[in-house]
Design a binder for this molecule. Structure first.
Ligand SMILES: NC(=O)C1=CN([C@@H]2O[C@H](COP(=O)(O)OP(=O)(O)OC[C@H]3O[C@@H](n4cnc5c(N)ncnc54)[C@H](O)[C@@H]3O)[C@@H](O)[C@H]2O)C=CC1
Ligand SMILES: O=C(O)[C@@H]1CCC=N1
Length: 266
């Protein structure tokens, strides 16, 4: 019996397993994998994980089952695995929009579930994952799931009712931040900066600002004020951004992200 089984090894599945192995949340000989692209499994097999020949083989031989397929693939996958589930299985689902209710309707009322929303920076050890324990999964089982993600960054427990809303905060937000950076970097190259220099300056400022927000003990308002010299450049920039409805653009993005999660879960 393997401790962790994984079905679906794509953009996020592979880094989750990589991180869990290098962070020693689970040992490679305790991991069994099934994906549609065998070449993606190769590096994981080289360090000692096992490959299954089918979804059923994974389910039949693991305790924790990480489902990292697209939400749209679950309607086909869940009925396939249901007959092979045991009462001790713990399903860890990272599918955006897929609620515990959806999973219990498909797999049975007593299914132990952990919902998780990770993000891709976990591939560099800087992930942030939001998790929620669903009864009857136990605290120990939840702690195992927290470790799987937590060794690749940080892991936060959140209420299950906020799993869709959290996607805009951590799951999708790396792409939002990449897009904002892209806008800054494109303008910087028009000013004449080479791309690498601009990226170091912009990203370094983002990292610094993030540290200030998390660790300085200063409120967001006060941090903003400390940068805004009276009559200076920052207030001119912020005023123009506000006049261009920055808040509306970002809130519309968050709302559309959340709305899509609810649609995926129908
Ligand atoms: N990409 C991201 O940043 C994040 C993704 N997620 C969630 O993670 C899940 C996976 O997303 P991605 O990795 O981006 O998608 P992806 O499309 O890169 O990977 C999914 C993989 O699952 C495979 N697959 C589908 N059905 C399968 C089956 N029956 N057996 C074995 N393999 C199967 C596909 O061939 C594909 O390789 C989604 O549910 C998504 O909502 C959550 C947080 C962040
Ligand atoms: O775009 C998506 O649907 C997934 C969920 C969060 C990040 N990627």
């Amino acid at each position: 019996m393997y401790e962790l089984g994984v079905i679906g090894l794509g953009h996020i599945g592979v880094p989750i397993v990589n991180g869990a192995l290098s962070g020693k949340a689970v040992s490679a000989d305790q991991v069994i994998l099934y994906g549609h692209h065998p070449e993606r499994l190769e590096p994981l097999l080289l360090v000692g994980a096992s490959a299954a020949k089918s979804e059923i083989e994974v389910v039949s031989s693991c305790h924790y089952l990480l489902l990292s397929v697209k939400p749209q693939s679950l309607s086909e996958l869940l009925p396939k695995i249901k007959p092979f589930l045991r009462p001790d299985h713990v399903i860890i689902s990272i599918a955006a929009g897929i609620s515990a209710r959806y999973l219990k309707n498909a797999l049975g009322e007593d299914t132990k579930i952990v919902l998780a929303m990770p993000n891709t920076p976990l591939q560099l050890g800087f992930g942030t994952t939001a998790l929620s324990r669903i009864e009857p999964a136990t605290q120990d089982e939840f702690a195992f799931a927290m470790r799987i993600f937590g060794v690749s960054g940080t892991a936060e427990e959140i209420p299950a009712e906020l799993m869709n809303e959290v996607i805009a905060l951590n799951g999708s937000s790396p792409a939002f931040f990449y897009r904002i950076t892209q806008i800054f970097a494109d303008r910087a190259s028009q000013y004449g900066f080479d791309h690498e220099t601009a990226m170091r300056l912009i990203c370094g400022s983002m990292i610094g600002a993030a540290h200030m927000m998390l660790s300085s003990g200063t409120s967001l308002d006060d941090l903003i004020q400390a940068v805004c010299s009276k009559g200076g450049t920052t207030i001119a920039g912020l005023t123009a951004m506000n006049d261009a409805h920055l808040d509306q653009a970002l809130i519309a993005g968050m709302e559309a992200c959340t709305q899509r999660a609810y649609e995926l879960g129908k």
